[in-house]
Design a protein around this ligand. Structure first.
Ligand SMILES: [Zn+2]
Length: 497
């Protein structure tokens, strides 16, 4: 039997979130527990379906560490995480023949700007040059040169909003087995594009980015490429190698890989201006919302916890209150003190608390409110799409005037309705619903709302990329720098050459 290691490490951070994350942000699964991914729409679920279908392969599930998006990992957290991961994986490499690693790609620790590169470097050092390593990445990942030097193959999500988790794992596992079986010899061409992008044109079903991704899928389908993808990086992970990039892997055909990668990169560059966030000023959105029958959605991409923001922005709540917007508003906020005060007081109690600014006081000033505690909960829920669990800690539904605010102790992904439903709130019962997410899924909100406003508000994940203050990423970089002259140049990577 040939042993194939399965491992996972995923976190997406915003360098602009002042709250550092730690080891305790990670959910760790070990050994057999990883096999619970069987049948799930996850990368590991997809990889297992391929690996376990082969009777000459034994899967060695080692360790899976996953975290909700957050601020950068602090030095102690990174030391602990890397120790725990490597102490499980490195000994298993001894009698394994191949390695699949499921990564996100947008991690950063304050003490290590390329955590994924470090982990892969250690795995390669112990595995030696002959055992194939294939990784899968989120298209928001930052694939670094160090990572590329360690791996034999890479697969990347082809959808945004992401739905192809299992498929990406399937593609990675197939590629890994083809390399292990000696059927293919991948060569990877990469073009680094000095552009950061955001906004609705990145929605793959409808946007220009999707057209380019379908080109990548065509290359895979017709056999031109073993794997192809366009990573846009997470623009909030401010690390030296943050960029957009095209990768095309062919079977021992470097010229074709380079030609396709350069063609796709040139097309991406052409569309870079379209792929920027189009935001509406908050006061203008409120004024327009008043004129509509509603309901309306206020999408707060700047405080998108799923991208690594702190979740404690009260900018929209405050502006609505100041503008005396008087129709029913539903919102969410991270504020551990307010949630604790509500739990101490009990359901039905009136409490005086401040909301917001608990984590990022430089951006948000606490807003005092006198609120009634409508409901208390433990903050557990399950994402509507991925069904993965959320743990927001002690949570309270607070009501004041026309506002209903689900108040959580910890930041969790808020791009769907899971935390609203789990706390007894149906967004359809309100006139104005705040969603802390880069985008909303049509069937969850847009299909029944009259208008969805992409609000320009402050936050650690603002689509107004120039507002964030990047200091580590390479320059020049569009749109931080304008009027760039650029043409695509590919670099080849072939493991072992
Ligand atoms: Zn992503």
């Amino acid at each position: 039997m040939r042993k194939v290691i399965v491992m996972q490490c995923q976190q997406e951070i915003s360098s602009f979130n002042p709250m550092q994350s730690g080891f305790e942000n990670f959910h760790i699964a070990r050994g057999e527990a990883i096999l619970l991914h069987r049948g799930l729409n996850t990368e590991i679920g997809g990889a297992l379906s391929v690996l376990e279908a082969r009777d000459d392969i034994t899967v060695v599930p080692t360790i899976a560490a996953t975290s909700d998006s957050a601020g950068p990992l602090g030095p102690e957290g990174w030391r602990q995480l890397s120790d725990v991961l490597l102490s499980d994986v490195l000994p298993a490499l001894q009698d394994a023949e191949a390695v699949y690693v499921s990564l996100h790609g947008a991690m950063a620790a304050t003490s290590e700007m390329d955590p994924e590169g470090f982990l892969l470097g250690e795995i390669r050092r112990v595995a030696g040059p002959d055992k194939p390593i294939v990784i899968s990445l989120d298209l928001h990942g930052i694939l670094t040169e160090k990572m590329l030097h360690q791996v034999n193959g890479v697969t990347v999500y082809h959808t945004y909003p992401h739905v192809d988790f299992a498929e990406t794992g399937v593609r990675a596992a197939r590629l890994l087995l083809d390399i292990l079986d000696g059927k293919v010899r991948p060569v990877l061409a990469r073009v680094v594009i000095p552009a950061l992008v955001r906004g609705d044109e990145l929605i793959t079903r409808t946007g220009v980015y999707g057209e380019l991704i379908r080109d990548c899928q065509r290359l895979e389908r017709d056999g031109t490429a073993l794997a192809a993808g366009i990573l846009i990086g997470n623009p909030f992970t401010d690390v030296p190698e943050l960029c957009s990039q095209v990768i095309v892997q062919t079977d021992a055909d470097p010229d074709r890989a380079c030609a396709e990668a350069e063609r796709l990169a040139a097309a991406f560059w052409q569309d870079r201006r379209r792929m920027q966030g189009k935001l509406i000023p908050l006061d203008q959105a409120i004024a327009t919302a008043r004129t509509l029958a509603g309901p309306v959605i206020f999408t707060d991409a700047a405080d998108a916890t799923s991208s690594g923001a702190s979740g404690d922005s009260n900018a929209i709540l405050r502006a609505l209150r100041d503008a005396r917007y008087d129709r029913p508003v539903l919102a969410q906020i991270v504020d551990p003190q307010a949630a604790a005060a509500a739990h101490a007081a009990g359901v039905g109690a009136e409490i005086e608390v401040s909301l917001g600014g608990a984590c990022d006081p430089r951006r948000f000033t606490p807003m005092p409110v006198r609120a009634r505690v409508r409901l208390l909960g433990d903050g557990s829920a399950r994402l509507e799409t991925m069904k993965t669990p959320l743990f927001a800690g002690p949570t309270a539904v607070l009501e004041f005037a026309n506002f209903t605010v689900v108040t959580m102790s910890r930041a969790v992904s808020l791009f769907d309705r899971a935390m609203y439903f789990a706390n007894g709130c149906n967004p359809r019962d309100y006139d104005l619903i705040v969603v802390k997410s880069p985008h909303t899924e049509a069937h969850m909100f847009d299909d029944w709302a009259e208008r969805n406003f992409n609000i320009d508000a402050p936050g650690a994940t603002s689509a107004n990329i120039r507002s964030l203050g990047h200091s580590n990423c390479a320059r020049p970089m569009f749109p931080l720098d304008q009027d760039l002259d650029w043409s695509p140049t590919s670099v080849l990577f072939e493991f072992g050459s």
